[in-house]
Design a protein around this ligand. Structure first.
Ligand SMILES: CC(C)(COP(=O)(O)OP(=O)(O)OC[C@H]1O[C@@H](n2cnc3c(N)ncnc32)[C@H](O)[C@@H]1OP(=O)(O)O)[C@@H](O)C(=O)NCCC(=O)NCCS
Length: 208
């Protein structure tokens, strides 16, 4: 837990960096394709783009993709893994993760979040600040549970779905892959793949 490379110099990246340092990592640097135009992200340096990161992988004890976009995060993680990166998992020390839960490689669990017994968070998953993932939930790769969102027990979420800030999901619901659940929605019926749903009860967002 010495040198950690984060790909994605964003606000989300800063939260990951802060959690990583709290969790015991000693040094954090960012890589971002906006480099060399962007050279700093908050108090952390941006030292290269993805190509530079690929060439420097052996220097890092851990690499983590800190990109909010779910599909991009998952794709970049797979590219890094294929190139031999040592993928890190970061759990903020003030998160509560059951010892009977599973966290996939490249996942992050932020401050105040809870991952309960027998839940699974897939690779490149984000359980964001104060979110809860209750017992027996199964989150596929690349899922983001935003701040303050709550998944009741036995909820399944397909790959690269984004559960928005403050969402509530009734127990046993199945949210498909590539879904966006809009901020504040209350999900009381299962949601098919690639839908955007909003409101209470959540329903498809119809473009005007
Ligand atoms: C659902 C969402 C993806 C839609 O984004 P968008 O496609 O850019 O939609 P727009 O902002 O153009 O809004 C389109 C319409 O949907 C409505 N709408 C948007 N988001 C909504 C939501 N969460 N709940 C209810 N209605 C919503 C807007 O009021 C607007 O209605 P109108 O046509 O009557 O004016 C987005 O609003 C959202 O909720 N994102 C999640 C944000 C979040 O959780 N961030 C956490 C970051 S960690």
């Amino acid at each position: 837990m010495n040198k950690l490379a984060l790909l994605g110099a964003s606000g989300h990246g800063k939260v990951v960096a802060d959690a990583a340092l709290a969790a015991g990592w000693k040094h954090v640097v960012f890589f971002d394709d906006a480099w060399p135009g962007v050279r700093v992200n908050g108090r952390w340096p941006v030292v290269g783009d993805m190509t530079v990161l690929m060439s420097r992988l052996p220097e890092f004890d851990g690499v983590l993709v800190a990109i909010g976009n779910c599909a991009v995060r998952w794709r970049k993680q797979q590219e890094l893994r294929s190139a031999g990166a040592r993928l890190a998992t970061v759990v903020h020390p003030r998160a509560c993760v059951s010892s009977y839960a599973q966290l996939g490689e490249g996942s992050v669990v932020m401050a105040g979040a809870v991952v309960n017994v027998d839940a699974t968070v897939g690779e490149a998953g984000i359980v964001n600040t104060g979110a809860t993932v209750d017992h027996d939930c199964v989150l596929a790769a690349g899922v983001h549970v935003s701040p303050g969102a709550h998944l009741s027990g036995n909820v399944k979420v397909g790959s690269c779905s984004w559960v928005g800030v403050g969402v509530s999901v009734r127990q046993g619901m199945h949210i498909g892959a590539g879904v966006v659940v809009g901020a504040g929605a209350v999900v009381v019926k299962s949601v098919a793949d690639d839908q955007t749903v909003v409101g209470s009860p959540a329903a498809p967002l119809v473009p005007r």
